[in-house]
Write a protein that binds this ligand. Structure first.
Ligand code: ADP
Ligand code: MG
Length: 855
């Protein structure tokens, strides 16, 4: 097969022609062919728009207004002969640019890595067996299996269709799913939407099942043609980033106005324009929190990588923040709270011979390589049982044929197949939830009562129960479901156990302590759901279980009133999930909701955090989620909430630290200017910002979680990022920093009678009070002396590093000269140390009082 095929009219060729064109057959490609084709056609991937280059990121750093103020300051310094000052300012500008670039590049690559983790899989037939492979490895000629919920992984010519419906809006704009049909005869000119015997990359299977031959892959697909014209989608900003941007902008404008005022007042008061200009620049440098937004971005991105390490892949950045304030977790039962390892443990049947037939035939599970079972665990459990008990052998499982089917969906909760017999009759097997099945069977009253009793007994033991039935009929029509699935002969009940996950119990405990409400939502029987919920300890405080049917009966008012009592929803259909989400949201709660099926997509979108399942989830449900669990595990959601809380705490601490530092600088400069003192030059402020805004701010951003993160209730999302009280505390800390700095200046300037010494002492004191404040901010509630040093030592490392940098400027003679500082003796250092430690004592006292007054 070559890649030169110009004529791509796959839709108007016969299937024989397609087989020939693709040099493939019903058994699929051999490994050899696959490898050859991979070389010719490359990976089955849409080329994405290039992510930002390092150079682009670097240039972005210079879009900042602050940078231009500094560059102008450097030019003026140079012009007035202060060449060293100019050089230092430029040096700091460049260093800032480089640091910013490194941070942003790191954040970008973390996001890039996450994208790759969410890559989809596909089921293909190769060398006669079914395999699950990354969709990127598909080559033309591969045979691909499709089922409800799959994203179509390549352009396919369909060879098998069972009620197959595909939603193709990405290509055609038409959101109503198209029912595919093999029998159509198509003109060459048929538009994409009319090509009923084809399935296209990027469309979604919403119903049924099918098979197709991959005819085009990667950029050769119809989607590839469109993708070529796509431009990069912009990175989403989170509500927090937006809010901080706002704070930052308001501060910048405010400061510039103040700086201009001071400049004007100074000039009118007869001071030198040059001096006043530099005071105004110092003030701007001091007050504008230029690094804040960058630090927050990197904290979010690094938080995302940490979440990924714990099994939660974030698909949308804002979810990182929302997770921290999650209050309600609605979780599926099967696979999330349970292991999804089903084992048949009990069978009740009068006619076991036919029941075993039904178990094998009415079943989509496949035998893959090395006798591995591929498929829905409910169905693989049945085959597993048949093979273990030697009721079927592998050969007969592999050679099963069917002549008609009505697929399972979570609405109907049953599935049907038909097999044509030798006499031309169709034998129809149906399996599904007993409550849905029994009304379709012809049963005597006493027989029915007995079956129901049997069913109750099994569900009480936490078994998932399937009922089986059959009938023989003259013809089979998948389109008339009601007629086909009626007048059935009951065959028996099969019960299977799916044990709860071990971690789920502990996670429930954590939820309880952390003020999170966990709710089970399942398509399974109420009895089964209740038994498992009890086992997991989910039914505290007299919480009750409600079935989908009962929910349907309830008026909206009644439901909203009962809402907080309901801990388990059983036998629900996917549309009920959206209703549950909405009801909680109406109460102002932040809701996480899991989902795996196609029909779960609306509820996943409606939830504040839609949680997709990495293993069992359909592509469609993953696409609708904010977060995907790599292990489908409930405990992972709780872990992600913990990470979310940690990240929020850290951003809060970091921003608090940066703003209080800036406040300290501004207040000190303002007071000094009014008093007529030359406190600090712009390069001093620039240096302090460099030393304190980088290492300690980043260290605060990556702090491990505090001991009590999961022991306090969720943060109320309606409370602003900083309350009035918190703004007050930020200002007070800034005020104390300023007082201590001015005290150092006064001691140097008036007691030791040296203006230069005053500046030097103020310079070191300001930096050190900020570093001690960072230590104090390590926890917003607890005392630093109760924090486990071993786990929380990064901040101390940053503290030491920054202290060393700061001291090097006053201790190394050349640097000291460049910064126009005086040498310090032991006494001077002693005074500085005393003043700086006072800062920490102040913050600790502030926290102590807050703890005492319990706020
Ligand atoms: P959940 O995933 O929430 O446990 P499902 O929607 O998968 O629930 O299943 C609901 C019910 O449908 C099950 O209790 C079972 O009786 C029935 N069922 C599940 N899987 C199948 C299947 N493959 N074929 C027929 N019936 C099924
Ligand atoms: Mg299920």
């Amino acid at each position: 097969m070559n890649n030169q095929i110009e004529n791509k009219d796959w839709h108007c060729k016969s299937i024989e022609e397609i087989w020939a064109d693709c040099e493939s057959n019903k058994d699929g490609l051999e490994q050899q062919q696959v490898e050859e084709r991979r070389i010719i056609f490359g990976e089955n991937k849409l080329l994405e728009a290039k992510s930002k280059t390092i150079l682009a990121i670097l240039l972005d750093q210079f879009k900042d207004f602050m940078i231009w103020v500094l560059i102008i300051a450097a030019l003026i310094s140079w012009w007035t002969g202060e060449h060293i000052d100019a050089a230092i300012i430029l040096f700091v500008v460049i260093l800032n640019g480089i640091l910013g670039t490194i941070q942003e590049a790191k954040a970008e690559s973390a996001l890039e890595a996450l994208k790759n983790m969410a890559a989809p899989f596909a089921r293909v037939i190769r060398a006669g067996t079914m395999q699950r492979i990354p969709a990127a490895e598909i080559v033309p000629g591969d045979i691909i299996a499709l089922e409800a919920g799959d994203s179509v992984p390549a352009d396919l010519r369909l060879i098998e269709c069972a009620s197959l419906k595909i939603e193709e809006s990405a290509l055609t704009g038409e959101s109503v799913p198209v029912e595919k049909n093999l029998a159509v005869k198509l003109e060459r000119s048929a538009v994409l939407g009319d090509r009923l015997n084809m399935a296209f990359t990027g469309s979604n299977v919403t119903y049924g099942r099918g098979m197709g031959i991959a005819v085009d892959t990667g950029m050769n697909t119809q989607m590839g043609k469109i993708a070529q014209q796509l431009t990069q989608t912009p990175q989403e900003t989170t509500p927090l980033q937006k809010k901080l941007n706002q704070i930052s902008n308001v501060l910048s404008v405010g400061v510039l106005i103040i700086a201009a005022l001071i400049f004007a007042v100074g000039i009118l008061g007869g001071r030198e324009a040059y001096d006043m200009f530099f005071i105004a620049v110092s003030l701007s440098v001091a007050a504008i929190p230029e690094g804040m937004v960058a630090v927050v971005t990197i904290v979010l991105a690094m938080g995302m990588s940490r979440m990924a390490d714990r099994g939660a892949i974030i698909r949308r950045l804002p979810a990182v923040e929302t997770l921290g304030s999650t209050q309600i977790i609605c979780s599926d039962k099967t696979g999330t709270l349970t292991q999804n390892k089903m084992t048949v443990t009990s069978i009740h049947s009068e006619n076991t011979e036919l029941l075993y037939q039904a178990m094998g035939f009415c079943n989509d599970a496949q035998l893959g390589a090395e006798s591995q079972l591929i498929g829905d665990p409910t169905e693989t459990a049945l085959i597993d049982y048949l093979l273990k008990e030697k009721l079927w052998d592998e050969g007969s499982i592999k050679s099963r044929q069917r002549d008609g089917e009505i697929p399972f969906d979570s609405e109907r909760k049953r599935s049907t197949v038909a097999i044509k017999q030798a006499d031309g009759m169709f034998r129809v097997f149906v399996k599904g939830a007993p409550d849905q099945m029994l009304s379709l069977c012809e049963l005597q009253d006493n027989a029915l009562t007995e079956i129901l009793q049997q069913n109750d007994k099994m569900t009480e033991q936490a078994l998932r129960v399937l009922a089986f039935a059959y009938k023989d009929s003259l013809d089979f029509n998948a389109a008339s479901v009601t007629e086909t699935e009626s007048g059935l002969n009951f065959l028996g009940l099969v019960g299977m156990i799916d044990p709860p996950r071990d971690e789920a119990k502990a996670a429930m405990e954590t939820c309880q302590i952390a003020g999170l409400t966990a709710i089970m939502i399942t398509g399974d029987h109420k009895g089964t759901a209740l038994a498992i919920a009890k086992d997991l300890g989910m039914l505290r405080d007299d919480r009750i279980a409600v079935s989908g049917a009962e929910l349907e009966e309830m008026k909206e008012e009644e439901f909203e009133q009962k809402l907080t009592q309901i801990g388990v929803y059983a036998r629900v259909a996917p549309e009920h999930k959206s209703r549950i989400v909405r009801a909680w949201q109406k109460r102002g709660k932040i809701v996480a909701m899991t989902g795996d099926g196609v029909n779960d997509a609306p509820a996943l979108k409606a939830a504040d955090i839609g949680v997709g399942m990495g293993i069992t989830g359909t592509d469609v449900s993953k696409g609708a989620s904010d977060m995907v669990l790599t292990d489908d595990n409930f405990a992972t959601i709780v872990a992600a909430v913990e990470e979310g809380r940690r990240i929020f705490d850290n951003i809060h601490k970091t921003v608090r630290f940066l703003l209080s530092s800036n406040a300290g600088e501004v207040i000190a400069i303002l007071v000094a200017t009014i008093a007529g003192w030359n406190l600090l030059a712009p390069i001093h402020i620039l240096w302090i910002n460099l030393v304190t805004d980088t290492f300690p701010a980043l260290a605060l951003g990556v702090e491990p979680a505090e001991a009590d993160v999961m022991r306090r209730p969720p943060r109320d999302s309606k409370i602003p990022f900083f309350t009035k009280k918190e703004w007050g505390r930020i200002l007070v800390v800034g005020l104390v920093e300023a007082i201590l700095t001015l005290a150092a200046f006064v001691i140097g300037n008036f007691y030791y009678e040296s203006a230069s010494l005053g500046t030097t002492m103020a310079f070191v004191t300001l930096a050190m009070t900020q570093l001690f404040a960072a230590i104090g901010f390590q926890s917003e509630r607890s005392s630093v002396f109760t924090i486990k040093f071993k786990e929380h030592n990064k901040l101390w490392l940053a503290f030491l590093l920054s202290t060393a940098l700061q001291l090097s400027v006053v201790l190394v003679p050349t640097l000291r000269d460049i910064f126009k500082l005086s040498p310090l003796n032991i006494a001077h250092f002693g005074i500085i140390a005393l003043l700086a430690v006072l800062m920490l004592i102040f913050i600790e006292t502030q926290k102590f009082v807050a703890r005492r007054t319990a706020d």
